[in-house]
Design a protein around this ligand. Structure first.
Ligand SMILES: Cc1cc2nc3c(=O)[nH]c(=O)nc-3n(C[C@H](O)[C@H](O)[C@H](O)COP(=O)(O)O)c2cc1C
Ligand SMILES: [Fe+2]
Ligand SMILES: [Fe+2]
Length: 401
């Protein structure tokens, strides 16, 4: 049975959700699933904006058929060629052989790489700023390179102010009936996943996202219709401002984030002592994670959230403990910058984690190391309380400053 939703008189939601998938892109845990959104516009000619992932193809194809109500499909606009949105293109072409595929030069090239049907005879190639009129609707194509992939574009429907934003403004999390952000407690229940989605998927491309946001600022947007997660029709400015914060690598909150690794528990003990010292100095927004326990995608996202971060790790075979090393290299890969940080190392015979952690942090932009590296030999000792207090002073100043 189809499950389509009317968004406007002639705009229909035809997407579907997957709650089975454990790892998005086979790497990001998605306990709450994910939705693959797509949209049909019924104009003088008919339009489908993006397809969907294999996992929801049955629901998706049923939905498209129902939305078209017996009409054939004239246009398929491909905003993004990543397989989570394009794996059903060949099936669409089989069902609607006269469909014209709208995409830019790169998109069309990628379709040929992924598929072997005759693409050229169906291709309608657009350039940045081009428009397509289908009757009442005129669609303007705005290129958004690297707002996940190089071919990405967003499509702005100038007749109603709908921005089909591709992966931008998406979030992890399956939809359940309510398809609008204003029908959900987004800030409480969705923002963490929206942040984790943005940071991990496109966080590296802050500059490109800022460029796209600048282009978007010139458009009279009434609704944002992303490829994942709920649709935005209220409070759009609030969500755009979150994107501005994330894309500019600005901390979202003043707060102390402590991430540690530990084998036997002594590094954990040291950061507990440090957290207590920070709390006694009035620091309130303190969050602590064991890097072995919490998925690195959450840790990266939390690093983008807070202003002040402590990284603590034992030395492990003359290296940083692997989970901490992975976090630091992921942060570097996501162009992480503009934070205050402190480092704690531990080791029993030859300590080298601190130096190596400092090197990785030093290779990132504007990571300000605000206290000397604290070196623990197996366990924290009374005579190191002065160093702990000094670090707590610096952290407290950073969080309040
Ligand atoms: C596999 C393994 C490799 C280690 N390699 C080193 C090392 O290269 N240098 C060192 O000083 N300590 C090394 N250690 C010891 C730990 O870093 C040290 O015991 C530390 O105090 C553990 O802190 P924790 O109590 O937070 O787990 C190693 C421990 C393990 C299990
Ligand atoms: Fe994508
Ligand atoms: Fe996507």
């Amino acid at each position: 049975m189809h499950n389509i939703r009317k968004i406007a008189e002639d705009v229909i939601y035809v997407g579907a959700s997957d709650r089975r998938l454990a790892l998005f892109e086979n790497v990001y845990p998605i306990e709450r699933g994910v939705s693959y959104n797509s949209y049909v516009v019924l104009d003088e000619s008919t339009v489908l904006l993006d397809t969907a992932d294999h996992s929801v193809s049955r629901e998706f194809l049923e939905n498209v058929e129902a939305a078209l109500g017996g009409r054939s499909l004239d246009w398929l606009i491909v905003n993004h060629m990543e397989p989570d949105h394009c794996s059903v293109i060949a099936e669409i072409v089989l069902r609607y052989p006269d469909v014209k595929i709208v995409g830019n030069q790169k998109t069309i090239q990628m379709i040929k790489q992924f598929f072997s049907f005759d693409v050229d005879s169906r291709a309608h190639i657009v350039k940045d700023g081009d428009t397509l009129t289908t009757g009442k609707h005129t669609f303007a194509f705005v290129f958004a390179p690297m707002v996940h992939w190089p071919e990405v574009m967003v499509t702005f429907d100038t007749s109603n102010g709908f921005l089909f934003s591709a992966d931008a403004f998406g979030t992890f999390g399956a939809l359940a009936g309510n398809i609008y952000a204003d029908e959900l407690d987004f800030e409480k229940e969705w923002l963490d996943d929206a942040r984790r989605y943005y940071i991990n998927i496109v966080g590296k491309y802050g500059v490109q996202v800022m460029n796209t946001l600048k282009k978007a600022a010139t458009l009279p947007i009434k609704m944002i219709l992303p490829l994942h997660g709920p649709i935005w029709r209220e409070n759009i400015g609030w969500f755009i401002s979150k994107y501005q914060t994330w894309a500019s690598y600005t901390p979202e909150e003043k707060g102390l984030l402590i991430i540690y690794s530990t084998i036997y528990g002594d590094t954990a003990n040291a950061v507990d002592v440090l957290a207590a010292a920070a709390a006694e100095r009035g620091v309130r927004n303190i969050h602590m994670y064991d890097a072995s326990k919490t998925d690195v995608s959450v840790l990266v996202s939390e690093c983008f959230r807070y202003s002040t971060i402590v990284f603590a790790s034992p030395t492990y075979n003359a290296e940083i403990f692997p989970k901490m090393e992975m976090l630091l290299s992921e942060l570097r890969a996501h162009a992480f910058q503009k934070r205050d940080a402190a480092v704690i190392e531990n080791g029993t015979w030859a300590l080298s984690a601190g130096k190596k952690m400092s090197e990785i942090l030093g290779s990132m932009k504007e990571i300000n190391i605000i206290a000397p590296v604290l070196s623990i030999k197996s366990s924290l000792k009374e005579d190191q309380m002065g160093a702990i207090e000094e670090m707590a002073d610096a952290l407290s100043e950073s969080v309040r400053g």
